[in-house]
Design a protein around this ligand. Structure first.
Ligand code: QZP
Length: 403
């Protein structure tokens, strides 16, 4: 329940957005948050929250007022030591942010990805054929949503085959660690140092193949575009942000299509809609639900002054379904224009890997649309709770081959 605080007219709530109840089904809380006002105080964490599209968008593009350099999790790097050295991209502000960002956006840009397109489409066809051959009932989380990114992305980065089973647990911990130190973090903490050390080891020049994204980052250091000591941390960003996000993005679009048979048939008859389907699923399902910014001064948002140094929780997922902005926010529809959604963020930090994610989705959905006639949920689905990600743990599905 959201009530008006007594000292002023700022709405406040003691609901814990990171509780299992909210993580299981965040939509009712998101609606309450939007309806309560443009800014809401989260009394449990003494932070501020925004759930409306207008304010979330405005804060995301105002990097001067809402910094990332104090961390984009609940932990405030002004006063707390980060659990790992801060990311040069995610947890940085201009000017330091800009050189690593420029390097990575060239390596992951649409032009650079063209050389991967054919290979990834072929890999998707092989995977879908194998999945169809394995029987009509599958769990789409391991069989498709995890299998496809794990087939193409680590190879594209250029890390060795050994130890790749650490990628998803590392990401799961990292995304939990943006939230409070709750049971989700505590349960995974014993493994975090080992996972972090393994990821760091994969960022060294000597272990990376000669032609992958990783090697291209090191080549940028040779050119002087970034420094040699920055290179491993930029590689780490790929391994941090590039796996779980795409896995849960793909799970979101597969779930959306399996539960909207009319939209699935529409995709089959117009496979060029694969990219729209993915972006609409990123809007509607918001695999990345939230992250924080930090106020760089006493900053006014609507009628509220957020004090300097306070954390602000940006509800991307709530903004993506704000009826003040979207005509039919709760409907998943390939006829929607999802552009402008904040599921990839917005502004100078907007997902630098979004073209990689879209190419993965396009490859997998195109292969599915050509080979699969019907796709439906065939058993009880299960959510996977994470402090940042909206994730599926299990999506039992029945696929029938196209005739
Ligand atoms: C994670 C990094 C949604 C974001 C929080 C995803 C993300 C982006 C970058 C990094 C990690 O640079 O380590």
């Amino acid at each position: 329940m959201i009530t008006l605080a007594t000292n002023d007219d700022l709405p406040a709530t003691d609901v814990d957005p990171f509780s299992h109840e909210v993580l299981e089904d965040p939509l009712p809380f998101h609606a309450e948050l939007r309806d309560a006002g443009p800014v809401v105080h989260l009394s449990r964490y003494d932070t501020y929250a925004m759930g409306r599209y207008e304010q979330v968008h405005a804060a995301l593009v105002d990097w001067q007022g809402f910094q990332s350099g104090a961390g984009v999790g609940l932990s405030n790097f002004r006063t707390e030591k980060p659990w790992r050295p801060p990311s040069l991209l995610l947890e940085a502000d201009p000017p330091g942010h800009d050189a690593p960002r420029r390097v990575l956006s060239a390596i992951l840009g649409p032009r650079a990805l063209r050389r991967l397109r054919e290979r990834w489409f072929a890999a998707a066809e092989t995977l879908v054929d194998a999945v169809l051959a394995s029987g009509p009932e599958i769990d789409a989380v391991p069989a498709l949503a995890e299998a496809f990114p794990l087939t193409v992305f680590p190879d594209a980065v250029g890390i060795p085959a050994e130890g790749r089973e650490n990628l998803l647990p590392y990401g799961d911990f990292l995304f939990n660690a943006f939230g409070p130190h709750n049971d989700l973090v505590a349960e995974a903490t014993p493994d975090a140092a080992r996972l972090g050390a393994w990821v760091n080891d994969q960022c060294a020049r000597a272990v990376l193949t000669a032609d992958g994204f990783g090697a291209q980052i090191w080549a940028a250091a040779d050119r002087g575009d970034i420094t040699p000591d920055q290179a491993p941390l930029v590689v780490r960003s790929l391994l941090s942000a590039g796996v779980d996000t795409t896995v849960h993005g793909l799970a979101a679009v597969l779930h959306a299509l399996a539960t909207h048979p009319d939209q699935w048939q529409r995709l089959r008859s117009a496979p060029h809609l694969a990219r729209v389907a993915f972006d609409e699923a990123v809007r509607w399902g918001a695999p990345v639900q939230t992250f924080f910014r930090t106020a760089t001064s006493d900053i006014r948002v609507a009628d509220t002054v957020i004090p300097d140094g306070k954390k602000i929780l940006m509800f991307l997922a709530a903004a993506n379904r704000d009826p003040r902005h979207w005509p039919e926010p709760d409907v998943f529809d390939l006829g929607h224009d999802p552009s402008g959604h904040v599921g990839f963020g917005m502004g100078i930090h907007q997902c630098v890997g979004q073209h990689v994610a879209r190419l993965e989705a396009e490859a997998l959905l195109t292969a599915l649309a050509a080979r699969v006639g019907t796709i439906e949920i065939s058993g009880p689905t299960r959510r996977h709770h994470n402090n940042t990600l909206r994730a599926w743990g299990s999506l039992p599905m029945r696929l029938t081959a196209a005739r």
